[in-house]
Structures are given as structure tokens and as C-alpha cells.
Design a protein around this ligand. Structure first.
Ligand SMILES: Cc1cc2nc3c(=O)[nH]c(=O)nc-3n(C[C@H](O)[C@H](O)[C@H](O)COP(=O)(O)OP(=O)(O)OC[C@H]3O[C@@H](n4cnc5c(N)ncnc54)[C@H](O)[C@@H]3O)c2cc1C
Length: 381
């Protein structure tokens, strides 16, 4: 399918990352799933090839390319497996906070090593008691001399175990009204005193993706590690969460396309009652519905990506894409598994893993219910 925002160079780039992943990711993916971890060596290999943060300026190790390249990277990573989501999170979600709101000194200090894979990043918003209600986080950062004293706990953090730099959402003013005006972003580095990691969480899916708890106990964060201005963290988050949700929507569309392709192949070859199961009207209708959802999803997504690249305000449309495309993919996972019969429930068939992995897409990056509250608010309700 042709994307309006991609040209010949992007397609050449797609070929090169696909070739790279065929050598460095596809053969090892099952092993990574079993080991519940992607090795750091994969990150540095991605970095060596220029597949980490290529949109950054050349002075920070990037290639200064447009975001179409990020779309290609996210799509190709998702084709391997949803467990590679942490790389997209690093490229398009965490590093952009530093790049957009960081000082020149912060950028020089961190960004070049983010492009080589030497530094793996994470974003820590969610807490055991607070997820959707982000303005209500309890982690505090109190300025004492030239350090912030950070106290609190975060959970469900993608790249939690491996991360070297964590952008932590915290309250620098717990009494601020409205509450979101007290939120700031601090970068916590790997060896900061008072920072420790809790459990590596055991998840339903995304097995190779490390997701963990983080603990801050009188953690001494240099005040130079504040991103932007105190009290503006919530605004920064609202700004960058759009791209995060778009990345989730892109991944969901690709996951759905992969599930569809596998299922179409399967129903042509599996026979029952003397004919391929694809000859039953129920199978045909299911596949026809899926193909329609995929075409419509792709058309909406492509238009949205193009608008995002043009710098338009896409908040409402991103919220729509995030809930609708993840919901489509979840429904498709159920239907595709059903069409595989018993084999769909076996780990040898990719649909089993895809079925597990897609469930979380309606939960993270803001739940689908929260997406609908945003759409409703923008409808004036
Ligand atoms: C695998 C995984 C990776 C993640 N990675 C990260 C990460 O890297 N960084 C990070 O900070 N977080 C991360 N998260 C956390 C994720 O963003 C939160 O789980 C999510 O925002 C929901 O928060 P919660 O789990 O506290 O659910 P809650 O907020 O407690 O919500 C529970 C239910 O109530 C519903 N609900 C809540 N408020 C409303 C409302 N106003 N109207 C209607 N319904 C509502 C929700 O939609 C949901 O169905 C990750 C989560 C998972 C599972």
C-alpha cells in the first residue's frame, strides 16, 4: 500500500531496516520472548545502523530526517513482534522530551548516546495508585540546594530494567491548583543515589519487553536534570503523548495487517468437510470484514500521519485512531484465532502470540476510555 508521506528514499530505507531485522531480530525473537529480555547488543546494533532516533539533528548523532522514517522503523519493528515496542518508545516518545524541551547542555550530554544505543530511555508517569488520572501523581521532588530530593514509586515502566535515563513525572508543587500545574519532569540517571528498581513484571504478553517498577527514596537528582521549566511537565506530556498514541495506532494497524495475512493464508490451506475453510461463507464474511477494516484504518492512519508530519493539531484524530485501530486489532485477533481452530491456541502459530500482545494496546498510552473522554471534550461535551 502506498503511503502519501513516503517517497522512494523511505522505501529504500524500509528495505535496509527489513534486511537488518531479518538478520538481527527475526531469528532471535522467540529466544528473547523466552528470556523475557531483548539484549542490549540489539540496541547498539540498531544504533550502528542509524535506526535509533534518525530524526535528531546531526550534531546529536541523528540524520536530521523527517518523521516518515520513524513510521517505517515502527512498522518494521512491529512486523517482527510487538515486544520491540520499547525501541519505538525510546525513539519517538522519550528522546523527544529531551530534544524538544531540554537545554543545549542536556542535549549534548545525552542525545548522542541515545542514538548509539549506549543510553536506553524510559518514561515514568504511572504509579501504583495513579494511571489515567495523571495530574494526581504522588511522587514528589523538593529542591534542596543544587539537588531535587525525589520520593515515590512508579510502575508498569517500559524499558524499566534496562533504562539508563528515565524521564520521571513528579510533583514539584503538591499544593498547586489546578493540580497539573505542580507537575515537572526530571531525568534520573542510572546510578543516581536513592534510585532502585523493583520487580520486573510478569505480563500476559509482550514477553521480551522489560516492564518494571521503579523506586525513588530520597533520590538526589541534580537540578540541571530538570526538563524545561518547573510546573510545565503536564503540558510537555500532553504535547508528546500525541506522538506516543500515534505510534501505538501505527503498531496496532501493522499487527492487524500481519494477523490478517497469516489468517488468509491459513484458511486457503486448511481443509474441513472436503474443502478449504476459506470456502465457507462465514470465513469469507469474516475476512471481508477484516479487509474492509484494514483499508479504512490505513486510509485514516495515513492521513493522520501526514497531518502530524505537517505539524497540524491532531489531538482529536489521534485519540480516535488510538482507540479505533487498537479495538479493530483486538477484534481481529479474536476472529483470526477462531479461524485457526485449535492451532490458533498453540504457541507454534504466530496468531497465539499476537492475540496476547495486542490486548495491552487498548490500555497503555492512555486507555481507550480516556481517548473517548478527549474526543467528547473536543466535541464540546
Ligand atoms: C505493558 C505496559 C506498559 C506500560 N508502559 C508504561 C510506561 O512506559 N510509562 C508509564 O508511565 N506507564 C506505562 N504503562 C501504564 C499505562 O499507561 C497505564 O496502565 C494506563 O494509563 C492506565 O492506568 P491504570 O493502569 O492505573 O488504570 P486506571 O487509571 O486505574 O483505570 C482502570 C480502568 O478505569 C477506566 N477509567 C479511568 N478513568 C476513567 C474515566 N475518567 N472515564 C472512564 N473510564 C475511566 C480506565 O479506562 C480503565 O479501564 C504501561 C502499562 C502496561 C500494561
Amino acid at each position: 500500500m502506498k503511503h502519501p508521506y513516503l517517497n522512494k528514499e523511505h522505501e529504500i530505507f524500509r528495505k535496509s531496516i527489513r534486511k537488518f531485522l531479518e538478520k538481527e531480530a527475526y531469528p532471535y525473537y522467540e529466544k528473547w520472548e523466552e528470556e523475557r529480555m531483548i539484549p542490549r547488543s540489539f540496541w547498539t546494533k540498531m544504533g550502528e545502523q542509524g535506526f535509533l532516533c534518525p530524526d535528531l539533528d546531526e550534531e546529536y548523532g541523528g540524520s536530521n530526517v523527517d518523521w516518515g522514517y520513524a513510521v517505517v522503523i515502527n512498522e518494521e519493528l512491529e512486523r517482527v513482534g510487538s515486544g520491540l515496542v520499547g525501541l519505538g518508545l525510546h525513539n519517538d516518545i522519550v528522546v523527544p522530551y529531551i530534544n524538544s524541551f531540554g537545554t543545549k547542555e542536556q542535549k549534548q550530554r545525552w542525545l548522542p548516546r541515545c542514538t548509539t544505543g549506549e543510553l536506553i530511555t524510559a518514561i515514568a508517569m504511572t504509579e501504583p495508585g495513579t494511571g489515567s488520572d495523571l495530574a494526581n501523581i504522588k511522587t514528589t521532588a523538593i529542591l534542596e540546594g543544587d539537588h531535587y530530593l525525589l520520593n515515590g514509586q512508579k510502575t508498569f515502566i517500559t524499558n524499566g530494567i534496562q533504562s539508563d535515563l528515565i524521564v520521571v513525572a513528579c510533583k514539584t508543587d503538591s499544593k498547586a491548583e489546578p493540580k497539573h500545574k505542580g507537575v515537572s519532569l526530571l531525568v534520573v540517571e542510572r546510578d543516581t543515589p536513592g534510585f532502585s528498581r523493583g520487580r520486573k513484571l510478569n505480563k500476559v504478553g509482550l514477553h521480551c519487553q522489560d516492564t518494571a517498577e521503579l523506586i525513588f527514596e530520597d533520590c538526589r537528582v541534580p537540578k540541571e536534570n530538570l526538563i524545561g521549566e518547573e510546573g510545565k511537565g503536564f503540558l510537555y506530556l500532553m504535547d508528546k503523548l500525541q506522538q506516543e498514541r500515534l505510534v501505538v495506532a501505527i503498531a496496532a494497524q501493522i499487527a492487524a495487517e500481519v494477523m490478517f495475512t497469516h489468517t488468509l493464508e491459513y484458511v486457503k490451506s486448511r481443509e474441513a468437510f472436503g474443502k478449504p475453510i476459506g470456502k465457507f461463507q462465514n470465513t469469507q464474511f469474516k475476512l471481508a470484514e477484516m479487509a474492509t477494516d484494514l483499508e479504512m484504518g490505513r486510509a485514516f492512519l495515513d492521513q493522520l500521519i501526514a497531518e502530524h508530519i505537517e505539524g497540524k493539531d491532531v489531538v482529536t484524530k489521534v485519540s480516535m485512531a488510538k482507540w479505533k485501530l487498537t479495538e479493530n486489532a483486538r477484534k481481529m485477533a479474536t476472529d483470526c484465532m477462531q479461524l485457526h481452530g485449535g492451532y490458533g491456541y498453540m504457541e507454534e502459530y504466530e496468531i497465539a502470540r499476537r492475540f496476547r500482545d495486542i490486548q495491552v494496546a487498548s490500555i497503555y498510552a492512555g486507555t481507550n476510555e480516556i481517548m473517548k473522554t478527549i474526543i467528547a471534550k473536543n466535541l464540546g461535551l
